[in-house]
Design a protein around this ligand. Structure first.
Ligand code: SF4
Ligand code: SF4
Length: 67
């Protein structure tokens, strides 16, 4: 496991379809409602990320990548 890998999301493009959450076997990504009422996908457990790339491969908009 590469501890330095973590997903990043371009929120200006993301439509919160949830595909990346379903694609991740390691529960890195979750969806929640923020204080401003917006429901957004976010990186909940970055330490779980293996850098497998499944989230990015399953994003229809290409707005999540591994860094
Ligand atoms: S790279 Fe793999 S482990 Fe990391 S968030 Fe994406 S799907 Fe999950
Ligand atoms: S798959 Fe892409 S568009 Fe869908 S919630 Fe994840 S980052 Fe956003």
């Amino acid at each position: 496991m590469d501890q330095n890998m973590t997903p990043e999301i371009d929120y200006s493009v993301c439509n919160n379809c949830g595909n990346c959450i379903k694609a991740c076997k390691y529960n890195v990504l979750k969806m929640r409602e923020w204080e401003d009422g917006q429901v957004k996908v976010y990186v909940d457990l970055p330490e779980n990320c293996t850098g497998c790339g499944e989230c990015a491969e399953n994003c229809p908009l290409g707005c999540i990548w591994i860094n």
